[in-house]
Design a protein around this ligand. Structure first.
Ligand code: B12
Ligand code: SF4
Length: 458
């Protein structure tokens, strides 16, 4: 079969698209012909991480209308390939463009099966029902490879398909969650051949050490996409690194797209051993990580540094042990502080995050976070802060009473909740206080993943 796999605006064009690269490799392995293209990089925006596009459909619509002529050309390119199936990867800020494009494709060739997948589809399974049958034939949630392959290979089959919702006889039929691939080593490496590194802000090779996360923090939504934590063998990752250097000898940096690149310390340290023994020179291997007791030893941090793991984003979230416990984070503020100190002393950079105004957070807890920030400010390159916002699907939103949340106005968005410990006004005040505090201490405190990515990847 012939499959087109696409990314449309608006996504920050920071990294090669690992999502459609994985899907493409998987479909090719099964003998299909794939045309993968990232249309998003053709009309890049400077920073789509701010509210201009994220969550604002009017701005997305305006941007679409401004670029309509270019979009018409894209449709022609896509149809020139004569796809049987078109798959589109959708994050929240990409929904408007993706839907318009899907409808335009269907209007010209209605027999093309249009499949949406990606994080926003997993977060929004039921609320997206209305687009099934109106431009989109299937909405895939969770891991995409096996479900997409089944859709592609299903021919005229009219029944339910596991891992997606589809339209059958005027009704949306949900196939239910698909069992995730247990052996990640069985997956082919992502296929980046259709993409050019020089079109992306970060010229790093995107890589996954595993899928999912070993923790289950109360405020996190990762399980809406990834149900179970699985990890690749160090040998398999090392082979991908070697494969990368053989295909792209100019690559010097790797970017982990994992939730936590040290979720399995044994695997990570084995990978370090392979990189060091192979005398592979990696200028920077960046990514998000966790506070881990094994990272409280100098020799571990030195090994990570020697292998290239020298740039970390770490969600610390609070300087109060009580709040960390309520968040279901298995470490103490003292351990976090020690880890940041060792990393700094040994020349491994870290940027950290705090959540301000978590539902249980009292003045005393907030005071501890302020003090913590003062102590670790000299160890980190940046502290990102965000007022706590209630996001659908996480433990806090599912069981608000457990966290003392008593008022919840969904109409007003995720910031409108109140708890026995704080209110929106209190949170805003604490946020301002923290901002002023960091400024007075001379600690960088931009809140944006983009800034962090730029900082650690330039
Ligand atoms: C790396 C990363 C970044 C990087 C690079 C982003 C980039 N442009 O490539 C940086 C740091 C820049 C970044 C920034 C932001 N990010 Co970010 N990021 C991630 C992260 C950690 C990894 C994404 C990834 O590469 N995953 C690996 C691939 C293989 O997984 P996947 O994309 O989910 O794809 C699989 C399935 O979803 C499915 N699938 C995907 N596409 C398709 C398509 C079809 C047709 C099918 C069938 C299946 C399918 O199959 C794939 C393989 O199994 C994710 C969290 C996570 N681990 O998923 C958040 C995540 C994608 N980011 C998110 C957010 C909110 C942001 C920011 C807005 C943060 C901020 N406040 O600034 C910005 C916005 C950036 C933007 N608009 O582009 C959200 C998106 C939420 C949403 N509902 O859309 C996520 C899911 C985190 C979260 N839980 O909130 N991010
Ligand atoms: S460590 Fe990060 S990805 Fe894992 S559950 Fe906690 S917030 Fe989510």
């Amino acid at each position: 079969m012939r499959i087109g796999l696409f990314v449309f605006p608006v996504r920050f064009a920071s990294l090669l698209p690992i999502d459609i690269a994985y899907l493409s490799a998987y479909l090719k392995m099964r003998g299909h012909e794939v045309y993968a293209h990232d249309f998003n990089v053709e009309i890049p925006v400077i920073n789509d991480c701010d509210n201009a596009f994220w969550g604002d459909t009017n701005n997305q619509e305006e941007f679409f209308n401004k670029n309509k002529q270019i979009v018409e050309r894209w449709i022609q390119h896509i149809l020139d390939f004569s796809p049987d199936v078109v798959g589109i990867s959708v994050w929240e800020a990409q929904l408007y463009f993706s839907l318009q494009l899907a409808r335009m494709i269907k209007a010209k060739k209605k027999e093309v099966k249009v499949v949406f997948g990606g994080p926003w589809c997993s977060h929004m399974i039921a609320p997206l029902n209305h687009i099934i049958g109106d431009g989109v034939d299937y909405i895939v949630y969770g891991e995409g490879e096996a479900t997409l392959a089944e859709i592609v290979e299903s021919g005229n089959f009219k029944g339910a398909i596991t891992g997606c919702r589809r339209w059958i006889d005027g009704e949306v039929i949900d196939g239910g969650w698909r069992e995730e691939i247990s052996n990640l080593d069985s997956l082919p490496f992502p296929d980046y051949t259709p993409f050019s590194f020089n079109k992306y802000l970060i010229s790093a090779y995107p890589i996954l050490l595993g899928r999912g996360c070993n923790w289950n923090c109360s405020f996190c939504t990762h399980r809406l996409v990834w149900q179970r934590f699985r990890y690749r063998s160090a040998e398999n990752i090392f082979k991908e690194i070697q494969h990368c250097f053989s295909q792209y000898p100019f690559v010097k940096r790797f970017q982990s797209c994992d939730h936590s690149m040290n979720a399995n310390m044994t695997q990570l340290l084995q990978l370090c051993d392979l990189i060091i023994a192979g005398n592979i020179k990696i200028e920077e291997f960046g990514g998000y990580g966790q506070v881990n007791p094994r990272m409280l030893e100098d020799k571990v941090i030195l090994k990570l540094k020697q292998a290239g793991f020298n740039s970390w984003g770490i969600g610390i979230q609070s300087g109060s042990d009580r709040i960390l416990k309520s968040m279901r984070r298995p470490y103490t503020a003292a351990q976090a502080e020690k880890m940041l100190e060792i990393m700094h002393r040994l020349g491994v950079s870290s940027a950290i995050d705090f959540i301000i105004g978590y539902p249980d957070e009292t003045e005393e807890d907030f005071g501890q976070t302020l003090e913590f920030a003062t102590r670790v400010g000299k160890y980190v390159t940046n502290i990102s802060i965000a007022p706590h916002c209630l996001v659908g699907g996480n433990d806090l939103a599912l069981y608000p009473e457990k966290y003392g949340i008593y008022a919840l106005n969904k109409e007003e968005g995720g910031c409108a909740w109140e708890s026995s410990a704080n209110t929106p006004a209190v949170r805003f005040l604490r946020y301002q206080t923290m901002l002023n505090h960091l400024a007075l201490q001379g600690i960088s405190s931009q809140y944006s993943d983009t800034d962090r990515a730029r900082k650690s990847h330039k």
